[in-house]
Design a protein around this ligand. Structure first.
Ligand code: AN7
Length: 349
C-alpha cells in the first residue's frame, strides 16, 4: 500500500480534525538499518533510524507537516521559525506546499550550506541575525506574540506530536521495543517527542515496555548536562549549537523517567562517529546526528550499556546538509594527470 505520510498514517494518534489539511511530502517511513560495525564493536544489536531519508533531509519533516497543517487550519498566512538550519529547510518547503509564507531567522554564519540553500530555494524570507540560535528564538517568540504569524519551532506542540511518530515506527520496524534509544539533544524537542511516542504506544497497548532514553549534547553546547545556560555555545555540530533548550525540563524528565541519561560527547567523538558511519556503514549523516552513535559508543565503553542490548540510534539529518564539514574531514581527492598509468600506479595494481 502506498505510504500516505505522517498525518494520514498516524491520524488516530494525532490531534487531527476534519478541518486539518493533509499537508505532506510523504515524510516518515524512514529506514531502520542494522549497524553491523557498531553492533560488532559493542556486542549489541545497534540499529540506525535514518531520518535523513525524509523529504527535506531531516526528522523535522515529521512534525513540520502537522505544524504547517494546523497553522493553515487556524487561518494563518505565514509561519516563522528560528533555526540552526533543518527546521528552516523543512518549514520553508512545507509552507510552499501549503501555499503560505515562511519567515526564517538564523544565526549569522553558522548554518550549514545545504540547509541555507533549501530555505533560499523555497523562497522563505530569510534573515540572518547578529546573535546565536537562542537569541533568534527569543525574537521569534516576540514576533509570535505581536503579529499574526505561527511559530513552527518545537515550542509549537504540533511539532512534538508529529515527531512522536518516529517512536511508533521504531517499534513497528523492530517488532519490539529497543532497550536503549540514543538521540542527539539540541533544543530537546525530539527526545521529548520520542519519549511521548513510546509512552502513548504503550498506553494504546501496542508495546509493553519502554526504552531507556539516552540523549547526547555536544561538549561546548551542553546546558542540560551542566545544569546551567550556555551563553556562547560552540560545536562543530551546528545543528545542536544551542545554549538554552526550549524543552529542557521535558528532556530531563524523559531521561529520568526512563532510567536513561543525558550526557556529553566531544566534537572529536562526534566527528569520529560521523566518519565511521559513512565509511563503515555507507550511511551519510550530518555531524549532529552522529552524536547518537558517538554517545552509544561512549556509554558502552563506560560499562553503562550491557552487552546484548538492542539500541536504536536516531540519525537525525542527511550528510549532504553540511558539505563543508564533510570535505574538511575527509581525504582530499588526489590530483593526477589524466592517464591510466598514473591511476594504477597510485592504486598499487
Ligand atoms: C540534525 O533546525 O534546532 O533536540 O533549528 O537539526 O529536537 O532540537 C535542529 C536540531 C538534532 C536536535 N539533529 O534536535 C533547528 C534545530 C539535527 C538537528 C537536532 C537538530 P532537538
Amino acid at each position: 500500500m502506498r505510504w500516505k505520510g505522517v498525518i494520514e498514517e498516524y491520524k488516530e494518534y494525532l490531534p487531527v480534525t476534519n478541518k486539518t489539511p493533509f499537508v505532506t511530502f510523504y515524510e516518515g517511513n524512514t529506514p531502520l538499518i542494522e549497524s553491523r560495525h557498531v553492533s560488532r564493536l559493542t556486542n549489541c544489536k545497534v540499529y540506525l533510524k535514518y531520518e535523513g531519508a525524509n523529504p527535506t533531509g531531516s526528522f523535522k519533516d515529521r512534525g513540520m507537516c502537522l505544524a504547517i497543517a494546523k497553522a493553515v487550519e487556524k487561518g494563518r498566512q505565514a509561519v516563522i521559525c528560528a533555526s540552526t538550519g533543518n527546521t528552516s529547510a523543512s518549514a520553508a518547503a512545507y509552507a510552499v506546499r501549503a501555499g503560505i509564507d515562511c519567515i526564517v531567522i538564523i544565526p549569522k554564519g553558522k548554518i550549514a550550506l545545504g540547509k541555507l540553500s533549501q530555505a533560499i530555494m523555497h523562497g522563505a524570507k530569510v534573515f540572518e541575525v547578529d546573535g546565536n540560535f537562542d537569541e533568534a528564538l527569543n525574537l521569534v517568540r516576540e514576533m509570535g506574540e505581536k503579529y499574526p504569524v505561527e511559530i513552527v519551532n518545537s515550542i509549537n506542540p504540533f511539532r512534538i506530536e508529529g515527531q512522536k511518530t518516529g517512536a511508533f515506527e521504531v517499534c513497528n520496524q523492530l517488532g519490539a521495543v529497543p532497550d536503549f534509544h540514543a538521540i542527539p539533544v539540541g533544543n530537546a524537542g525530539n527526545i521529548t517527542a520520542y519519549w511521548k511516542g513510546y509512552n502513548e504506544y504503550k498506553a494504546a497497548g501496542k508495546i509493553n515496555s519502554l526504552p531507556k532514553m539516552i540523549g547526547f549534547q555536544a561538549e561546548g553546547a551542553a546546558p542540560i548536562v551542566l545544569g546551567h545556560l550556555v551563553k556562547n555555545p560552540e560545536t562543530v555540530a551546528t545543528a545542536i549549537r544551542i545554549g538554552n533548550p526550549a524543552s529542557w525540563k521535558q528532556a530531563e524528565a524523559a531521561a529520568r523517567d526512563s532510567g536513561g541519561s543525558i550526557s556529553i560527547v566531544t566534537d572529536q567523538e562526534i566527528l569520529d562517529a560521523y566518519k565511521v558511519i559513512a565509511a563503515k556503514e555507507g550511511i551519510f549523516c550530518e555531524p549532529a546526528s552522529a552524536a547518537s552513535v558517538a554517545g552509544t559508543l561512549k556509554l558502552h565503553k563506560a560499562g553503562k550499556i550491557p552487552e546484548g542490548s538492542t539500541i536504536v540510534c536516531v540519525l537525525t539529518g542527511h550528510g549532504l546538509k553540511d558539505p563543508d564539514t564533510a570535505i574538511k574531514q575527509g581525504t582530499k581527492p588526489a590530483l593526477v594527470p589524466c592517464k591510466i598509468t598514473e591511476i594504477v600506479k597510485r592504486l598499487g595494481y
